[in-house]
Ligand binder design. Structure first.
Ligand code: BGC
Length: 384
């Protein structure tokens, strides 16, 4: 019996995500939180789809990929224009670029947002390929959207934009670069691109790797943005599940070490030092990313501790929040956000998804388990 993916919390998480996925295939970020209701993010959604795929909910994941593909192909002209302008040396302003989130019907909505973010466009490509490796799927219906995404990212990857936390648009963020490179390499390796596009994707990914080595690494570990000395909890994702940095490598080990020492208290991981959002609490989804990275690096005991901390943040009704406030970086800032947006987003589907994703990996790597790792390739044509 898989221990971590059949617990009451895991069952609740699976059911919640399944129930809230919209008829269009979108995953709402949170059904109740004022600032998020009505929107689906490419970032949250791609990681949610990856988790649903990992626990066997293949149809749900594919419905999300269909939603992404519809969003993108309906903007083919805009993407073509962005790419042409960029190639002509006139990169469009951030406000003209693709947004971070869409309404369930695929519109941009009426609310202002910190919209220009590139990471989700890489992450959806990566999640789709992971899904195809696990379950096999005819990719033909997604290929036009994959090509549009690759063109967009190859033209734009080196631009500064908002990060995972929708902040600091003046910087180029290392987690964002990891998402973009992971997506480009995934679709290139999977043979989903025509020759010229594949060359472009590989060249961009190689340039990203060189840049991260040169300016996105300090004292052997990844840093928050190019030229920064700080770190960010999102960097764990670069190790696992994205695999942009090998978890067992020197860079992987140094990154894990600094994420544990600077950002993690009693198993709860902060976004970054200096975070003031809702007082700067600890994020269960980040503890799960760190747990995935620790597990991939061989530290199962630490991964279990991180999982247990994340699970401990569930409410009596088994809903997982975006963050908890038991250890705040900036306690006096909490009230300001509560007054502005209400109490912390709960449930946050991305939190539930990451708990499921780490749970699936723990189950698959259980010492006596005969469950195959969910990352084992099932499609021979998609050799890594
Ligand atoms: C977070 C984003 C997330 C969004 C929706 C924001 O507060 O900073 O990373 O995509 O909420 O969950």
């Amino acid at each position: 019996m898989p221990r971590y993916t059949s617990s009451p919390l895991a069952e609740h998480s699976r059911a919640l995500i399944g129930r809230l996925q919209t008829p269009e295939g979108a995953y709402p970020a949170s059904p109740t939180f004022s600032a998020y209701t009505g929107y689906c993010w490419f970032r949250d959604g791609a990681f949610i789809a990856d988790a649903m795929s990992a626990i066997g909910e293949a149809e749900s994941a594919e419905r999300f990929f269909d939603w992404c593909a519809a969003v993108l192909t309906s903007r083919a002209d805009r993407i073509g224009w962005i790419v042409a302008e960029t190639r002509a040396g006139r990169p469009p302003a951030g406000a003209q670029m693709l947004p971070a989130r869409y309404t369930f019907a695929g519109g941009v909505g009426d609310d202002d947002w910190w919209d220009f973010q590139l990471d989700g466009y890489g992450t959806w490509l990566w999640a789709l390929v992971e899904h195809v490796r696990r379950h096999g799927a005819d990719t033909a219906r997604w290929e036009p959207a994959i090509a549009l995404t690759v063109d967009y990212l190859v033209a734009s990857w080196d631009r500064s934009c908002y990060d995972w936390w929708e902040e600091h648009s003046e910087h180029v963020h290392v987690s964002t670069l990891a998402c973009v490179a992971a997506g480009l390499e995934a679709v290139a390796d999977a043979g989903l691109l025509d020759g010229a596009r594949e060359d472009g994707a590989r060249a961009a990914a190689a340039a990203i790797r060189a840049l991260v080595q040169e300016r996105g690494t300090l004292a052997g570990h990844l840093v928050k943005w190019l030229g920064s000395t700080a770190v960010d909890g999102s960097l764990a994702a670069a190790l696992s599940p994205l695999g942009f940095v090998a978890p067992g490598s020197e860079t992987g080990a140094a990154t894990l070490d600094v994420l544990e020492r600077h950002l993690t208290v009693d198993g709860g991981t902060h976004r970054y030092l200096g975070d003031t959002f809702f007082g700067g609490g600890q994020w269960p989804l980040l503890s799960c990313f760190l747990g995935l990275a620790q597990l991939a690096a061989g530290d199962r005991a630490r991964a279990i501790e991180l999982y247990e901390w994340a699970a401990s943040t569930a409410t009596d009704g088994l809903d997982l929040p975006e963050q908890v406030g038991s250890h705040l970086i900036a306690p006096r800032m909490r009230r300001e956000w509560v007054d502005r947006w209400g109490t912390v987003a709960t449930p946050l589907l991305w939190s539930h998804a990451m708990l499921l994703r780490l749970g699936a990996e723990l189950d698959a790597s259980e010492p006596d388990s005969d469950t195959h790792s969910d990352t084992a390739p099932v499609l021979e044509g998609l050799a890594r």
